[in-house]
Design a protein around this ligand. Structure first.
Ligand SMILES: [Zn+2]
Length: 302
């Protein structure tokens, strides 16, 4: 049973939005692209695990606090007696393994060894199980999901699943009989109930309202070249069409994502949308999708 689907993290959503509305510096951009790539790989892995959902508990992207420390687990698959812990890597190109380190063949750049991260995650999960008096074996693997990735000199005695082995890895799991018991369900529920929604270590650039580009961009190609045709917004770049009201709501949700502590007011959203529309149109859209607090000019939406 799929107990928790993966969704984009707050960090990724904010960076995606900032990348459209301001210029990220090289470091921020590198971090952003890494998150996009990682997410893409994780989604690809999740699709492969669909076939396991009948008789196992699948939890994608679990964040826990264990002994005061924070741990993020890409995928956790609960089966009777065994928890499969999977760390998904979407590396691309040629790398080689040397003295417990991972290097790019092309640039010689050293990557963080995914096995180090995996060992840390597995240790945290084992501690979690101990704290909750659960007797399960943790079976941890790093899965390299991208078919365009090669790892030269990969150690054979480490829990690495290379791109050409991924299907066999999933099939082997699938062929292992798994009859879930009440205690497995209880454990899965405990894991889920302690999931932390927010990652305390998210790394976001500093930004202010004034420095961001205002306006509504196309939901399809992210171009700001959208123009209004009565109650529809049409993108000049890709010709995508979106109902004006939906676009206002989408833009308002994005404002809330970027400025969670700032009140949503008609005037602010009017400024944020920067369209040839009236505050009345904004007000009508907000009234339908948010709860209005207050009746004066100070009223705001939740
Ligand atoms: Zn477009």
């Amino acid at each position: 049973m799929l107990l928790k689907e993966r969704t984009e993290s707050n960090e990724l959503l904010v960076l995606r939005s900032l990348n459209t509305r301001m210029a990220l510096d090289d470091k921020e951009n590198y971090h952003y692209l890494n998150l996009e790539k990682g997410y893409e790989g994780e989604i690809a892995f999740d699709a492969l695990t669909d076939c396991l959902a009948d008789d196992r508990y699948l939890i994608h992207d679990l964040q826990l606090e264990v002994n005061g420390g924070y741990v993020q687990l890409d995928s956790v698959i609960v089966t009777p007696g065994i928890i499969h812990l999977i760390d998904v890597k979407n590396f691309q190109g040629d790398c080689y393994y040397d003295s417990d380190k991972l290097f790019s063949v092309k640039t010689q750049r050293e990557y963080k060894n995914p096995l180090t991260q995996l060992k840390r995650s597995a240790t945290s999960l084992r501690q979690f199980l101990q704290i909750h008096k659960q007797n399960y074996t943790v079976d941890a693997h790093v899965v390299f999901i991208n078919p365009e990735f090669t790892l030269y000199k990969a150690p054979m005695d480490q829990p690495l699943v290379l791109p050409t082995q991924v299907n066999r890895f999933i099939n082997k799991m699938k062929q292992t009989p798994s009859t879930l018991q009440a205690k497995d369900q209880k454990l899965a529920q405990t894991l889920l109930s302690l999931h932390l929604v927010k990652n305390p270590y998210e790394s976001l650039p500093h930004y202010t309202y004034d420095q961001l580009q205002k306006g509504i961009y196309c939901k399809h190609c992210r171009s700001f070249m959208v123009f209004r045709e009565s109650n529809v917004l049409v993108c000049k770049s890709c010709k995508d069409r979106e109902v004006l009201r939906s676009a206002i709501i989408r833009n308002t949700k994005e404002y809330r994502l970027l400025f969670p502590d700032d009140p949503i007011t008609v005037q602010r959203i009017f400024d944020w949308c920067d369209l040839d529309i009236t505050t009345h149109t904004i007000s009508r859209a907000l009234n339908q999708h948010f709860i209005k607090c207050g009746v004066t000019s100070d009223s705001y939406y939740q």
